[in-house]
Each structure stands twice: as structure tokens, then as C-alpha cells.
Write a protein that binds this ligand. Structure first.
Ligand SMILES: [Zn+2]
Ligand SMILES: [Zn+2]
Length: 358
């Protein structure tokens, strides 16, 4: 199955240069002459695949690197990217996933934010971070940003969960105590009476999202949510042309375990609601999953980094909403100034108090 990776070439009809997907449109645009080419409307719906059927198929041991043969300069290169620019001539390359053993992306959420939009989002982010050093505001102008499609798995599942637990009901008692001085004090105290509880809850999950790449920190990716997943289109190489795309390196099995962890929290809340009462304890939850379906989806993220004080800071920007997540340096000078100002204010208030009392 190791057929050579083909690269769909998109030569500009105006000048012959390579065109790129233009964020926020349904078109390819030439970066040189501005000529636009509409992308054909999707001829199919986004599908979700049976996980059982996937498991029944023979396992792929390790994914071979994607091979690219550049239509611009003829260079043959290998990479674990799904789409990227030719390292020699810059021509946009897209791997042909249909020919490979890897799971092909089924859906893509195209970039809505272009480079300018991403820059604005980053500037707004830096401006509203008061403790950021002033110099950072200059650094952010010179940052590098790369439009990158990041692979994610989505999972659907039908779940039925049997639980056992306890339902706590509050009640109040009035207690009277005699203090050491002999005086009686009465107090109202809250107590909890526990009753055994058991039951069954069920829920259908739709599009539980798990990152399929380990290249970027999962907790920061999670903070880019929510994604308008329903706006995703059936995957077409045209949408990733001219942008970098990462191939998945988290297997569907690993992703499903993570998705089950996300579902478990929702199921736990369902069980507690079902138990009722004032407080609940869950002792055991047995969940059965059926009709598990999954798909591979590409989500648009502007990945940027800047160097400040000899350290590289990474920034991620949601390519649809403009939500920014990232590390940032704190300005020691600004923090010290803020603390000093607060102390000065307190000293001032104390002084005024003493002056007026005198
Ligand atoms: Zn052109
Ligand atoms: Zn090339």
C-alpha cells in the first residue's frame, strides 16, 4: 500500500504560481496576483466511522512518513506533515492520504482568520495583559505565526451506566451546651442522614473532542475550545493547500480512552442528579458503550512564538474565533510598582486616620 504520495498542484490560472486556501472564503487565492479560484462545493456529507469496524481491521504498526514530490522544483522529500510548503521552493504540498495506510482526515474546519486577523487577535491579547512587559508589545509585532491544521479525533457513543451510591439529606438539630461559666448556649447544627442509592442513567455523546497530536500541549489546546464543529466541511486538500497540517500521532484507541475520561465526568454528574437529595456519594459506576463512532478532523490554529529575554514563548490562536492561549512573561517592574503603590495607599490611609483622630 506504499504508493507514492501525490501532490495536487493548484497552478494559478492568472500567472501560473501556486495558489493557497484563502481564510474566511471558499476559494483558493494566488498570493502573487490575487487571482481567485472557487473550491467546488462538497459533494458529500461528513461521515463518522464505526469504531468496532476499525478495530476489526488489521492494525498498522507504524505510520510511514508522507512522501512529497514537488511539482514546482521536482524535489522528493519525506515528512510527517500532512501539508506544508516545499522546503526548497515554497510550493504548497498536500499529501495524498487516500493512498496511505493512515486514517485520512474526514472533516476540516477551514481557517476563518487570516494572518492579519491573527495579528489583531494577538495584539489585543498582549494589550489587555497588564502585567506583560512593555517591550513585549514590540516583540509581538515581530513574531512568527504559522497557520496550522491540527488533527483531532471526535467520538460519538451511546452510554448506559449503572451506579451505586448514597444520597445524603440534611436535617437540623438544636443543641444546648453549658459553657465553663455555667451559661447555656443553644445552637442549630446541620446533620446529614445517608440512604443507599442505585440506578441507571444513559446518555448519547456527540463529537467528544480529543487532540490527535502530541506536538502541542493538550491543556492549552483544550482552552481554545469551543470550536464550531458543525461548520466543518468534508475534507478536501484544497482547504489545507498553502497551510501547514500535522498528521495524527495519537492512535484512535488512545484517543478513545481520553474521550471516555471526558464522558465519565458528564456521566458522574448525571448519576448525582439522578440520586437527588442534598449531597451525593458515588461508590461505583459501570458504563457500557455502544455504537461508538469516530472521525479525524483538522482544526485551524495559528501557532506563533516569540523570543523574550532569551526564552521562547508559544502562542496558539483559534483560527475561527480568535481566542488566544499562551505563555507570557510577567514584568517584574510592573508587579513591584503595583505592590509599592498599594503599600503607599495603605500608608496614606493610616496617616490620614491618625491626623483626623488627633
Ligand atoms: Zn497568480
Ligand atoms: Zn519545490
Amino acid at each position: 500500500m506504499s504508493s507514492p504520495t501525490q501532490t495536487p498542484a493548484h497552478p494559478c490560472q492568472g500567472c501560473g504560481a501556486s495558489v493557497e486556501y484563502a481564510p474566511g472564503t471558499l476559494a483558493l487565492r494566488c498570493p502573487y496576483c490575487g487571482f481567485e479560484q472557487r473550491i467546488a462545493p462538497p459533494a458529500r456529507q461528513v461521515r463518522e466511522f464505526s469504531y468496532d469496524a476499525f478495530l476489526a481491521k488489521p492494525r498498522v504498526r507504524a505510520l510511514a512518513p508522507n512522501r512529497f514530490s514537488c511539482p514546482g522544483c521536482g524535489a522528493r522529500t519525506e515528512s510527517d506533515a500532512l501539508s506544508r510548503a516545499c522546503q526548497f521552493c515554497g510550493t504548497p504540498l498536500v499529501a495524498d492520504t487516500a493512498a496511505e495506510e493512515q486514517i485520512a482526515p474526514e472533516a476540516v474546519l477551514p481557517f476563518a482568520l487570516d494572518r492579519n486577523g491573527a495579528r489583531h487577535a494577538l495584539r489585543r491579547y498582549v494589550r489587555t495583559r497588564w502585567f506583560a512587559p512593555n517591550r513585549l508589545k514590540k516583540v509581538s509585532e515581530a513574531e512568527t505565526m504559522k497557520s496550522t491544521y491540527l488533527p483531532h479525533w471526535t467520538y460519538d457513543a451511546r452510554t448506559v451506566s449503572d451506579y451505586t451510591g448514597k444520597r445524603g439529606e440534611h436535617y437540623y438539630v438544636t443543641t444546648t451546651r453549658r459553657g465553663p461559666d455555667g451559661r447555656k448556649t443553644t445552637r442549630r447544627e446541620r446533620r446529614t442522614r445517608w440512604y443507599p442509592a442505585r440506578g441507571r442513567v444513559s446518555r448519547d455523546f456527540d463529537d467528544v473532542l480529543v487532540p490527535a497530536t502530541r506536538r502541542l500541549p493538550a491543556d492549552r489546546l483544550a482552552k481554545l475550545e469551543p470550536w464550531p464543529l458543525k461548520q466543518a466541511l468534508p475534507y478536501e486538500p484544497a482547504y489545507v493547500t498553502g497551510h501547514h497540517s500535522l498528521r495524527y500521532d495519537v492512535e484512535p484507541q488512545t484517543g478513545l480512552e481520553q474521550a471516555k475520561g471526558i464522558m465519565a465526568k458528564v456521566i458522574e454528574a448525571d448519576c448525582k442528579r439522578d440520586i437527588g437529595g442534598d449531597v451525593q456519594r458515588l461508590l461505583r459506576v459501570d458504563t457500557r458503550y455502544s455504537d461508538v463512532r469516530f472521525k479525524l478532523m483538522l482544526l485551524p490554529v495559528w501557532v506563533g512564538s516569540y523570543v523574550f529575554g532569551g526564552r521562547t514563548y508559544q502562542v496558539l490562536i483559534n483560527g475561527v474565533s480568535g481566542e488566544v492561549q499562551g505563555e507570557r512573561p510577567y514584568s517584574a517592574v510592573k508587579i513591584v510598582a503595583a505592590v509599592t503603590a498599594a503599600l503607599a495607599l495603605i500608608a496614606c490611609v493610616v496617616w490620614l486616620y491618625q491626623v483626623y483622630r488627633a
